[in-house]
Ligand binder design. Structure first.
Ligand code: ADP
Ligand code: MG
Length: 625
């Protein structure tokens, strides 16, 4: 018996496994079980056409044995088995499986991720075992072989005896150290948990001897341990079942258990997709945003199964960011368990599935808006901000898909409206979609700039989330109607005549307005007369793209570059304050200056913006009093 060397790439992969700092060592069991299941599948399919196999579906099984004393875990199957040659070829090399694409030698960082996300097969056994022994006898052969390896140094193969075809893999666990524990894998509850977590839906029974504590017959408080051969997996995944067989409770219980939520989901969707890519999916919208939803810690993604075997817990690629709140899983026969097999094709399949899932989510939401508005409003309260970010992100690429899913509070009442509803109820002469930004709907309703718009009978959308205005800017328009801030300087609701009259007044008072502007020392672009105000004396409006609200949001971000909106201080010419200013003009330049400052600060306060010099403001007020 000689020690044989691993093929170069296998050696590298093996080395990676042994030194893996990957925290999910537990996947080794999933990998071995899935190999066992593959091997049984092969023989099972053969049995369908070949009578000499002499086995029924019920005869197949995967066995797990844990021996605490010997510190071994053994996984046995009665599948197709391997010849000596196959043992060598399949376990001595990974070249056949297309390789993990070791493009360069120092990609360990990324590889760690590959291990975590996708199965890397048999070698994962070396994450937990110091020695791995494989006994195998191929179906139809009477010779059995024993393959053994302690890691990168190589492996040995020799003949052995086996009663029946199949494969038995014995892992001798590594010793526990301060940093790493392995003994836990010998505990039956741990093994049961792993099977349920990763391999519940393997089509063949996974059995293990489990000891149960039970009341001794004829006694009332004496217990004894009874050992039974338990099947650890349920074998039929919920998502493979027919929708008609399942109740809402089935779906909800599954969700709460699987995704650990104390509340049932707000909504679920069970998809059986056939076509260019076939998959089954269960998609859930939680009732509440998880506590970390709007933080960096939150990880989006759906569980990904390949043919019933979990290969990834949170596959982020299956969900766009704006639907990151969706929980659930996808199971596809078109995916193979091992990413190393044709990684590229994988990606393409995955993309197609992701596209299809995105469409499904969207149509679910569209349906919910129409059929259950109250529910949708609750949904939007929890996750709407994310949709708005979606409109804004990627240069507005997704706005077409998302804009009809948005809701906004408005001047019309308590119920939020969709953009479609807003546009439908616009009076004929109204050209634009009006909005106003502020901290709360109440604060916005009190803004002086909204007076004029409301007096015309036009509805105003209330933008209370920081992202709102940015999303509107990204959309630019909805069904051809442009978004317009009521604080925009060029908001023109005047008739021809009113405009003319205003211009004349403006000319007349030019020196006064200039004087006020210079008193404000560059804080505003202009001071102008306006008839958008009814009861208020002044307000601030902005010229150009940047509004005061956006300035606030942008400047609150941690960058050095500060932005400044181009502001116009608008004065109501029919307000007594203006008459007072006119009277002072030419007589008391100092007072005009002070009043200009006061009015500017008042306008800021009404916008909910901080004033630059509160002490000066307070002094001026006292002086006035
Ligand atoms: P993959 O399963 O993706 O092919 P693995 O590294 O898990 O990659 O396994 C390598 C190969 O070893 C398998 O393709 C299979 O041919 C063989 N093999 C592994 N385990 C078994 C088993 N229990 N029975 C038969 N063949 C097996
Ligand atoms: Mg495998």
């Amino acid at each position: 018996m000689e020690t044989k060397a691993f093929q170069a790439e296998s050696k590298k992969l093996l080395d990676m496994m042994i030194h893996s700092i990957y925290t999910h060592k537990e996947i080794f069991l999933r990998e071995l079980i899935s190999n066992a299941s593959d091997a049984i599948d092969k023989l099972y399919f053969r049995s369908l056409t070949d009578d000499t196999v002499g086995m029924n579906k019920d005869d197949f099984e995967i066995r797990i044995d844990a021996d605490k004393e010997a510190r071994t875990i053994t996984v046995t199957d009665n599948g197709i088995g391997m010849t000596g040659e196959e043992l060598e070829r399949n376990l001595g090399t990974i070249a056949t499986s297309g390789s993990l694409q070791f493009k360069n030698d120092n990609t360990l960082g990324d590889d760690q991720q590959i291990i975590g996300q996708f199965g890397v097969g048999f070698y994962s056994a070396f994450m937990v075992a110091k020695r791995v022994t494989v006994f195998s006898r191929a179906f139809g052969s009477d010779k059995a072989y024993k393959w053994q390896s302690e890691g990168v140094e190589g492996y040995t193969i020799e003949e052995t005896e086996m009663d029946t075809h199949g494969t038995k893999i014995v892992l001798e666990l590594m010793e526990d150290s301060d940093e790493e524990g392995y003994s836990e894998f010998l505990e039956s509850y741990r093994i049961q948990g792993l099977v349920r977590k990763y391999s519940d839906y393997i089509r063949f029974p996974i059995r293990m001897e489990v000891s149960h504590r039970k009341l001794k017959e004829g006694t009332e408080d004496e217990y004894e341990d009874e050992i039974t051969l338990d099947t650890l997996n349920s074998m039929v995944p919920l998502w493979r079942k027919n929708r008609s067989e399942l109740t809402e409770d089935d779906y909800n219980n599954f969700y709460q258990e699987k995704f650990v939520d104390y509340m049932p989901p707000m909504s679920y969707k069970h998809v059986h997709n056939e076509g260019t890519v076939s998959y089954d999916a269960l998609l859930y919208i939680p009732s509440k945003a998880p506590f970390d939803y709007y933080t960096r810690e939150y990880e989006k993604g759906l569980q990904l199964y390949a043919n019933g075997v979990l290969i990834m817990d949170k596959c982020a690629d299956l969900l766009p960011d704006y639907y990151s709140f969706v929980r659930g899983l996808v199971d596809s026969e078109d995916l193979s368990l091992n990413i190393s097999r044709e990684m590229l094709q994988h990606d393409r399949q995955l993309k197609m599935i992701a596209k299809s899932i995105e469409k499904t989510i969207r149509s679910e939401l569209v349906h919910m808006i129409k059929s259950d508005r109250d529910k949708y409003e609750k949904f939007f309260e929890a996750f709407g901000t994310q949709l708005k970010y979606g409109v804004y992100s990627d240069y507005g690429m997704h706005k077409e898909d998302l804009q009809d899913l948005l809701l906004f509070q408005s001047s019309r009442g308590d119920k939020p409206v969709t953009l479609a509803e807003y546009v439908e109820s616009m009076p004929e002469e109204q050209k634009e979609i009006y909005y106003a930004s502020g901290v709360t709907a109440e604060a916005i309703a009190a803004l002086p700039q909204t007076e004029m718009v409301r007096s015309k009978g036009y509805e105003i959308l209330y933008f209370t989330a920081p992202v709102d205005e940015f999303a509107a800017k990204q959309m630019m328009n909805y069904k051809g109607k442009e978004f317009k801030s009521v604080t925009a300087n060029d908001l023109d609701l005047n008739t021809e005549e009113e405009r003319k009259e205003l211009n004349e007044k403006q000319e007349e008072n030019k020196p006064l307005l200039e004087e006020m502007k210079s008193a404000l020392e560059g804080k505003v672009e202009r001071v102008a007369l306006s008839n958008r105000l009814k009861s208020h004396a002044v307000c601030l409006t902005s010229e150009g793209d940047l509004t005061l609200e956006m300035e606030k949001v942008l400047n609150s971000m941690p960058t050095d570059k500060k932005v400044q909106a181009k502001l116009v201080l608008e004065i109501n010419p029919s307000h007594p304050v203006f008459a007072r200013l006119k009277a002072l003009h030419g007589n008391d330049a100092d007072k005009v200056k002070k009043y200009a400052k006061l009015l500017y600060d008042q306008a800021l306060l009404m916008e909910g913006m901080p004033i630059e010099n509160p002490a000066e403001f307070s002094e001026l007020i006292c002086e006035l009093m």
